[in-house]
Design a binder for this molecule. Structure first.
Ligand code: DON
Length: 567
């Protein structure tokens, strides 16, 4: 190949080159980072057309509902953190709510034992979806381009189809995905290709979803009061689901004040309850601040030990205290205070693991696969969006609303069905997170925005159930304490501890033999990260940053094949 041809080839595959390097993707004006390359580019196109970060986020949110069906959604919910260039920050909570007919004991039998799968598969697992209302409210408040224009790319992808890439084919062919969706006719037809799994290069065409998107483009209330609502409610009724017309009609997203803290001169903005993530993140950062982590050496036994000990404590507190603050009293101020963290930090032994049994009580539990997805956007003006949304685990309840072409969530499993019994993620949860009509289940989703000298520095987040909180923590420590660039921070191997089970998970090729031996001598119970996700990785982070000269930088995790795209 002559040199000119080689250069041409290089120019044609810039993203392949970016992914292989340890440099972020860079662009002068704006940046989008998400798990689906098609959706990232749709977002970047919206920015190039003059849309702002919220416009791009809305377009990405709808595009992911088409191209990343395991987590991108119309039938789920999430959290969006928005910081506008004038310095205002708002947390938009469009998390699902429990249906009006939900009861505290709806997932347990007469003996109080949790009925397997009832809260994770099928119609009874479904919470009232918030995504369409959430994206519509974001657009109404901050959007610049017409709503219809932001849905059009998703509509076209659904109607004309798109090419299934390696990661989507892999996800759809997973045993857990097949088990989840096979019992439901529309899911089996649309997402499992009627039992003949899709392979990379196949086309996924979703005409029913395209029709629903067309109606939402005309009026987002269609989802809650129109033809889509009616069809959804009929389907629910026919299959023993609880979501009623009244549930949909009365669903509303909630605007909240973000939690704020500082860490080594950076200001961190993150999600308040019903997320547990913000509180736990702040508690952990407070506990870590007195230590000179940067001097310890990245993933030295001392660094890993301290990270594990703060995770253990924050997750024990999460289990005890956290729930939807619209329903229960949560001591948010105390939990996020430096003094409380200091009282917890004092119990950390620098040389030995503290057994979780003496930190709190509960039972170990098995782990399974997980799905959610994060995207972040920054525009030319400096407006930023950090958004995590989900159906809960991969493909949610497995149910595709009949004739509507979109999957429904199983977010009800994030409640504590029975105190002391672990949920899907092995999380032990308390009374504060029990089920009640209209209540929102406690979440681990932790969208975050970071400022330096009052100016935007980073936006970040991840999926991964409880590992989300620890993933966000590690990204922050990687860039702030270890001075990694965002691509390095996102790709660096991660660890996870959630109090119970009392095990320290680590990703492949991370902790070396001598580090593991040192940690075991301290009393840590190490477990190679396997089985928590379908792959053996932790989370799937997306991060955006701003370079000193204002250049926008994006780093999509390669763990699930994401891509950042700039304008
Ligand atoms: O809100 C939560 O905490 C969970 N429903 C999130 C699930 C999740 O992140 C799965 N991800 N891979």
């Amino acid at each position: 190949m002559n040199r000119r041809l080689a250069l041409l080839v290089l120019l044609l595959i810039p993203h392949a080159l970016q992914a292989a390097s340890r440099e972020p993707v860079r662009a002068p004006h704006g940046m989008v980072s998400c798990v689906s390359p098609i959706a990232s580019h749709i977002g970047a196109d919206v920015l190039a057309k003059g849309g702002n970060a919220v416009d791009a986020a809305v377009a990405v949110g709808f595009a992911l509902a088409v191209t990343w069906p395991s987590a991108g959604n119309l039938g789920g919910g999430g959290f969006m953190l928005v910081r506008t260039a004038d310095g205002n920050a708002i947390a938009l909570d469009y998390r699902e709510r429990a249906p009006l007919a939900a009861t505290r004991t709806m997932y347990v039998d007469a003996n109080g034992k949790v009925i397997p799968k009832l809260s994770t598969q099928g119609y009874k697992a479904v919470g009232v979806p918030g995504t369409v209302a959430g994206l519509a409210l974001a657009h109404k408040r901050w959007g610049k381009l017409p709503w219809k224009e932001l849905i059009a790319p998703a509509q076209k992808l659904a109607a004309d189809g798109f090419t299934i890439n390696y990661m989507l084919a892999k996800s759809l062919a997973e045993k857990s995905s097949i088990e989840k969706m096979e019992p439901f006719a529309d899911s089996k037809r649309i997402f499992l290709n009627n039992g003949k799994p899709y392979v990379m290069g196949d086309k996924l065409v979703q005409p029913e979803l395209a029709r629903v998107l067309a109606r939402i483009a005309t009026d987002p209330r269609d989802f809650y009061e129109g033809a889509t609502a009616k069809q959804l409610v009929d389907d629910m009724r026919a299959h023993g689901g609880l979501v009623t017309a009244e549930d949909l009609r009365t669903y509303e997203p909630t605007l909240r004040t973000p939690l704020r803290t500082t860490y080594r001169g950076y200001e961190i903005l993150t999600m308040p309850p019903p997320s547990s993530g913000g509180i736990a993140l702040i508690e952990m950062l407070h506990m870590l601040e007195p230590y000179d982590l940067g001097a310890m050496g990245w993933h030295s036994s001392q660094h890993v030990h301290l990270m594990t000990e703060v995770m253990r404590r924050a997750f024990a507190d999460r289990a005890q205290f956290l729930g939807d603050t619209d329903f229960v009293k949560v001591p948010v101020a105390a939990l996020t205070s430096a003094a409380f963290a200091e009282s917890r930090r004092k119990t950390i032994d620098p040389e030995h693991a503290t057994p979780s049994a003496t930190t709190g009580a509960g039972d170990p539990a098995p782990y399974e696969s997980t799905q959610t997805t994060h995207f972040c956007v920054i525009d030319a003006q400096g407006n930023a969006v950090s958004n995590t949304y989900t159906l809960n685990d991969s493909y949610g309840a497995g149910v595709t609303a009949t004739g509507l072409g979109f999957l429904l969530n199983d977010e009800m499993d994030d409640f504590s069905s029975a105190p002391g019994t672990p949920n899907y993620y092995g999380l032990i949860q308390g009374e504060a997170n029990s089920i009640a009509p209209r209540k929102r289940p406690l979440s681990s989703m932790t969208p975050a925005i970071v400022l330096k000298d009052n100016k935007l520095a980073y936006a970040l987040g991840s999926p991964g159930g409880p590992t989300i909180i620890n993933t966000v923590l590690q990204l922050l420590v990687n860039v702030i304490d270890f001075k990694m660039n965002i691509a390095e921070a996102v790709s660096a191997p991660r660890i996870h501890h959630q109090w119970l089970p009392d095990e320290l998970y680590w990703e492949p090729f991370d902790l070396q033999g001598d580090t593991r031996a040192a940690l075991e001598r301290m009393g840590h119970k190490l477990r190679a990260k396997a089985g928590f996700a379908d792959s053996d990785t932790i989370g799937d982070a997306q991060m955006i940053g701003i370079d000193t000269n204002g250049t926008r930088m994006g780093a999509a995790d390669t763990r699930r094949g994401g891509e950042a795209a700039g304008d």
